[in-house]
Design a protein around this ligand. Structure first.
Ligand SMILES: [Zn+2]
Length: 221
């Protein structure tokens, strides 16, 4: 068992920084920031939609999507708190879902106050690739709806706050649907795993194995 523990790296499903050491991470990049030779996700984040260059950005994304280092499309999604209409966000999100579907790669999803729309879009567009909701920190009802509709859930720094939804919910989430991330937080993925393992009352090595297994299944590595 101990040997297995040592073999499984910490999987950081979504980060904006390179960390390294015992860690296998998916670095999030916009299409224009793409670099070869690193595992990454590439997508157009709703916060950074640039309508002047949208066509080119989507074209660039299409051409990058099939590269082997691009493990996922994203982060992309819907955000009700920004100044871009949800309609427009939806159109751009769907474009990216279709790209993911075409190359058969998972999607790292950003969703703020638009979970019903997210679920509706997944159904409407008949999306078959795995969708991972990153930075989850909402209530249990929404989480159950997401699970019912085949989504994966990724928790991040909110786990470190004892009264957060994330820290209360993680013990109820099956490890088969679980990922962990640092996102843009200045914290190591090891710290997130240790907290997650404590909250789930399991050995951190076992959790590493479980999440690594999910990673291998979804990303075919
Ligand atoms: Zn992020």
């Amino acid at each position: 068992m101990e040997i297995m523990d040592n073999r499984a790296p910490f999987i950081n499903i979504h980060t904006h920084h390179c960390f390294g050491k015992d860690e296998l991470f998916i670095l999030n990049l916009s299409p224009e920031r793409y670099v070869d030779g690193i595992y990454c996700s590439v997508g157009i984040h709703p916060w950074y939609i640039n309508f002047d260059s949208l066509e080119q950005d989507l074209d660039k994304l299409k051409s990058l999507a099939s590269k082997p280092g691009v493990l996922a499309i994203g982060e992309c999604g819907l955000d009700r708190l920004i100044n871009v209409s949800l309609d427009k966000q939806e159109t751009i999100f769907k474009e990216q879902l279709n790209i993911a579907e075409k190359v058969q790669k998972p999607v790292i999803t950003h969703c703020v106050k638009a979970f019903n729309d997210l679920i509706r879009i997944k159904k409407e567009c008949k999306i078959s690739v795995p969708l991972i909701v990153h930075g989850y920190n909402n209530n249990q009802q929404i989480m159950l709806e997401l699970l019912k509709n085949g989504f994966y859930i990724s928790f991040g720094k909110a786990l470190l706050e004892s009264r957060s939804n994330a820290s209360k919910l993680i013990s109820t989430l099956t490890t088969e649907k679980l990922f962990l991330e640092t996102d843009d937080a200045d914290v190591s993925i090891k710290t997130i795993f240790e907290k997650a393992a404590e909250l789930k009352n399991m050995h951190v090595g076992r959790l590493r194995e479980k999440v690594f297994l999910n990673f291998k299944q979804l990303f075919k590595i």
